[in-house]
Write a protein that binds this ligand. Sequence first.
Ligand SMILES: Nc1ncnc2c1ncn2[C@@H]1O[C@H](COP(=O)(O)OS(=O)(=O)O)[C@@H](OP(=O)(O)O)[C@H]1O
Ligand SMILES: Nc1ncnc2c1ncn2[C@@H]1O[C@H](COP(=O)(O)OP(=O)(O)O)[C@@H](O)[C@H]1O
Length: 288
Amino acid sequence: MVALKAVRPAISCSSSGFEIGRSVPVPKVGFVKLPLPASSPSLGLSSGNNARWSLVQAMEESTVAITNDRADVISGENLRQMATNGKATNIVWHKSSVGKLHRQELLQQKGCVIWITGLSGSGKSTLACALCQALYSRGKLTYILDGDNVRHGLNRDLTFKAEDRAENIRRIGEVAKLFADAGIICIASVISPYRRDRDKCRSLLPEGDFIEVFMDVPLQICEARDPKGLYKLARAGKIKGFTGIDDPYEPPLNCELVLPQKGSNCASPCEMAETVISYLEEKGYLVA
Ligand SMILES: Nc1ncnc2c1ncn2[C@@H]1O[C@H](COP(=O)(O)OS(=O)(=O)O)[C@@H](OP(=O)(O)O)[C@H]1O
Ligand SMILES: Nc1ncnc2c1ncn2[C@@H]1O[C@H](COP(=O)(O)OP(=O)(O)O)[C@@H](O)[C@H]1O
């Protein structure tokens, strides 16, 4: 049994067998103090005096859960972003009278993130543009976050080392979350080679709103395309740590859509865009 202590205003609740991924109902408005797991090798946590705590702001009938070393509101009022987090403390979410539902009503669509992952040259940017165009012609608002482009501004300080790639993906995931909250269909087109980094972005969004699309194109085809000549440079040793050559790419294990290369044939970008649009229609993202 783990007691959850309220800080302000006074509330309390408790849970038995509190584990990673388990959720706890929160009875009233306020802050709950959640113990992070006492011992979890995967999180690198230790027990006893080193046990860590996390403050989460919650409302009546919200549900709080611990995932990825972090406590968060996962249902009830849409307050996921309210968690005291990282190095920032004593921060309180300021709510607007115009919310996501109003914006979605205005746009006649639902905000979500379409996360296109795959090797360099697999066709991520081409699909992103085709999708943007096809949705635009249906009167739907999208915004593309392309890895190459974001690295010209927001992420210009980042290299291609694993930790910088992780930070690149974290920032893009957070920005994509804001676009989705704006009611926009956000299309992220990034190699995002590590499963863990992609899964963290998924966990930022409500269930269903992160739609992972894998460009399943073999390395030899991407390399033969080589539109920027980067594979050639990587093979010549002039670029170190190039994804697929001397840096890893971890394909998704369980994503929403796989756009496969069949032998030397590949669906056209427009056909691929239609596949994604059919998915959005089926899941209700193209209506408010
Ligand atoms: N070392 C290395 N490895 C992979 N890619 C490289 C590298 N150096 C530069 N580039 C170019 O950067 C583009 C990928 O940026 P991303 O932000 O999508 O990469 S990542 O998600 O952080 O791995 C990628 O663009 P795309 O070809 O559109 O994928 C490359 O053009
Ligand atoms: N569906 C497709 N069929 C054939 N060629 C494609 C397709 N999609 C993209 N390409 C070509 O592949 C190359 C890489 O596409 P790009 O979208 O830049 O990939 P990425 O963004 O993954 O690096 C480009 O020359 C593009 O014209």
